[in-house]
Design a protein around this ligand. Structure first.
Ligand code: PHE
Length: 445
């Protein structure tokens, strides 16, 4: 067997993992829910869930990945000697494939808007009907499917180049650019009239506004936005050398993810407040509200383009981690098979993604269970498969995995021993209960 690829540096590993974490999860819906549900009070709850649920699960993926040093549909068996535990890896492997098939639809919209904004910059002919433009773009099958295909091709090109030359290099370029783009947008936003009104709308703590729904959302978000539950972080950690401190790396990823969440709010709310309009969530925000806001400003199209690029970097660094999980499993980490696997998986993703891409157009009337095909895929992945994966990870690490193994990965100094015990306690009791609670309440809705 060929020797397995490795990250060239700890920074590369951290940036790639942060790239996986930071994505639509942190930037699409979160700032909106936060502003609407008590601002800093909501953030406080989210930080607690992140530390008690997301972070311990992240460490569990890191431990399993690095200790087994192999792909996710084999690692559980390698660590326990029982192949049946590999089922957890298989679940994740299927989950990410489904997730990427519709994640790429949104990625495609972002690309279409990037192209459109560049055209406007060059020809200087903006349209005023923001909602109409958005509706007609995403309902046009050519644009919807074309954008999705382009997004998958870009993801595939990066993953095909391998760990160091592809994923690590892309993350090392895109993550700093993401931060720079954010800083530019935030400076622009904060220097608008009434900017402080937006900041206070976003941040002002109000515990009375916390709703049960928002707390559930914060819980689900604490693992979705850290990419845990499907073995993505396991896969990335399997390419890691033995020297790198897992706890410290995990904390860096968590910290970066939290910072981005706050930055996203600081970029959006001052801008919407300055025009006295309501912010929205998801597509409405990025494709309808923000174009309107930026149209009113000098050089607005340029700022909007930067905003779109920022979303693009965030989504593609997540999608490469999703595809990499499938690729590492399909190739059993043999680099000679990488290109073939990337090509075949991309074709499969594209085909499976078509009904999701058409869900805002031709197929918008075809609804069942949770809504359109897209809505159903989202529901299945975000509300069923991902919580299930996270639950299995916590039970496996808490009850099945030999603690001597996980201790050898996490405890390097004696003061870490009590923290290790706390980690085991959270995995055994707290996280399973919390996840089952969220799971039941989401299913019942
Ligand atoms: N964390 C990513 C986001 O917030 C989504 C993701 C989930 C990526 C699971 C990989 C695995 O967009």
């Amino acid at each position: 067997m060929e020797t397995q690829s490795q990250w060239s540096s700890k920074l590369g590993f951290i940036l790639a993992s942060a790239g996986s974490a930071i994505g639509l999860g942190a930037m699409w819906k979160f700032p909106y829910v936060m502003a609407d549900n008590g601002g800093a009070a909501f953030l406080f709850i989210f930080v607690i869930f992140t530390m008690l649920v997301g972070f311990p699960l992240l460490l569990s993926e890191f431990v399993i990945g690095r200790h087994s040093n192999t792909y996710s549909t084999q690692s559980f068996g390698v660590l326990t000697g029982r192949k049946s535990y590999n089922l957890i890896g298989h679940l994740g492997n299927i989950g990410v494939f489904l997730l990427l098939s519709f994640y790429s639809v949104i990625g495609g919209w972002i690309l279409i808007y990037i192209i459109r904004t560049i055209v406007i910059l060059v020809t200087g002919s903006p349209t005023q009907d923001y909602e109409g433009v958005f509706g007609s773009l995403i309902s046009n099958p050519l644009y919807a499917i074309g954008g999705q295909a382009l997004f998958i091709v870009l993801t595939a090109l990066i993953v095909a180049k391998g760990i160091r030359n592809g994923i690590e290099r892309a993350s090392k370029i895109m993550m700093p650019l993401l931060f720079i783009a954010f800083i530019i947008i935030i400076i622009r936003s904060l220097t608008l009239n009434n900017a402080m009104e937006g900041v206070s709308y976003f941040l002002k703590p109000d515990f009375a506004k916390l709703s049960a729904d928002s707390i559930l959302f914060a819980l689900g978000q604490s693992f979705f936005s850290l990419s845990v539950g499907f073995g993505g972080m396991l896969t990335y950690a399997s390419y890691l050398n033995k020297k790198t401190d897992l706890t410290q790396s995990g904390l860096s990823v968590v910290g970066l993810n939290l910072i981005i969440t706050v930055l996203a709010g600081l970029a959006i709310f001052p801008a919407t407040a300055s025009l006295g309009i309501e912010a929205a969530q998801g597509p409405g925000l990025l494709f309808i509200v923000l174009p309107y806001v930026f149209d009113q400003l000098p050089f607005g199209h340029l700022f909007y383009l930067i905003f779109l690029m920022l979303f693009f970097f965030a989504t593609i660094t997540s999608s490469i981690s999703l595809l990499e999980i499938n690729v590492s499993n399909a190739t059993k980490n043999q680099n000679s098979r990488r290109i073939t696997a990337v090509v075949l998986l991309s074709i499969g993703l594209f085909v499976l993604g078509i009904p999701s891409a058409l869900s805002s157009g031709m197929l918008s009337d075809v609804t069942f269970l949770a809504g359109t095909f897209f809505d159903n895929m989202d529901f299945l992945v975000s509300n069923i498969l991902l919580p299930l994966g996270a639950l299995l990870f916590s039970l496996f690490t808490g009850y099945v995995l030999d603690q001597r193994m996980s201790r050898s990965e996490l405890v390097t100094q004696s003061y870490q021993e009590p923290l290790f015990k706390l980690w085991i306690f959270l995995l055994k009791f707290v996280i399973p209960l919390v996840i089952i609670g969220v799971f039941l309440s989401l299913i019942m809705k």
